[in-house]
Design a protein around this ligand. Structure first.
Ligand SMILES: [Zn+2]
Length: 288
């Protein structure tokens, strides 16, 4: 009979990376058995960044606040959970009981929380901070992303809005957990400024957004040849079924939205003209 492996060996093989992912790459020493921790440090997998705290990356953004009684908050904390966000500033959650000295430069969110012992705020608090801090559309993009990833429930979102009706006024019903990317959320909200009929993630072909017979598809940063081909095949299928497919880039959504507005308006105008012409043709007397 083969001997059972030592506990530390089991844990090392089991999933050190899982533990690291769960803690966002920065974990307290107590998260691992001492022997596993020692081995990971000797192997260079982990480095001590503060008393009792270890990270895979010595430049981890949480390393500058952990142990200070403060923590990362707002969009910085949300990004550490994998939530969509473009703001790269450092947002720090600081209790009023803390002097906030020695912290790195960043945007500070003060609260009445007691001294903090972790390195990042929880998702609901971070979402609340982001909604108070970011432009509304970017905040909703982060909320959509948190909902879509299952990090925030719709009930938690509604509870936040009910608890802070003044700060979150007007945002409650703008969220849509079907949005698969922040880019999609931003496009949906910007298109809906003048077009209340915008819909998201309509099946069975799962286009990103739809306005009547116009399908709007958004290309993110990543380029994959397989995806490129699949997208074009779907565009062809939708066009064959009578839809107009418009495809826009990340840069157009983020920085040149007027181009999208003009293209959609032109496509809507063309569609309306075609519809009117079709109705006239149907009503025209035979041979006229
Ligand atoms: Zn903030």
């Amino acid at each position: 009979m083969r001997p059972l492996p030592a506990t530390s060996a089991i844990l090392t093989a089991m999933d050190l990376s899982h533990v690291l992912t769960k803690h966002g790459g920065l974990l307290p020493a107590k998260a691992l058995p001492r022997r596993v921790l020692t081995r990971a440090v000797r192997a260079g997998t982990l480095r001590r960044v503060a008393r009792g705290w270890y990270a895979t990356d010595p430049d981890h953004p949480g390393a500058g606040v952990v142990g200070s009684g403060c923590e990362l908050g707002c969009v910085t904390a949300l990004r550490s959970y994998g939530v969509w966000g473009t703001d790269r500033s450092l947002h720090i959650h600081i209790p009023h009981s803390s002097a906030g000295r020695g912290l790195p430069d960043g945007i500070r969110h003060w609260s009445h929380a007691p001294r903090l012992t972790g390195w990042r705020a929880g998702v609901p608090l971070s979402v609340f901070q982001a909604c108070c801090c970011l432009p509304s559309e970017e905040a909703i993009a982060s909320v959509d992303s948190a909902l879509h990833l299952g990090l925030l429930t719709l009930e938690e979102w509604r509870d936040l809005c009910a608890a802070h009706p003044v700060r979150l006024h007007g945002l409650r019903d703008l969220v849509d957990s079907r949005a698969e990317s922040g880019l999609e959320t931003l496009a949906r909200l910007r298109l809906a400024r003048h077009r209340p009929e915008v819909q998201s993630q309509i099946g069975p072909w799962r286009v990103d957004l739809r306005i009547g017979s116009i399908c709007v598809e958004l290309d993110g940063f990543a380029f994959h040849r397989d995806q490129f081909d699949a997208d074009r095949r779907r565009d062809a299928e939708l066009t064959a079924r009578g839809f107009t497919v418009l495809r826009f880039s990340y840069e157009q959504v983020m920085f040149r939205f007027a181009e999208i507005d003009r293209a959609v308006d032109a496509a809507v105008g063309t569609g309306e003209k075609q519809a009117v012409a079709a109705i006239r043709a149907e009503n025209r007397p035979y041979g006229a």
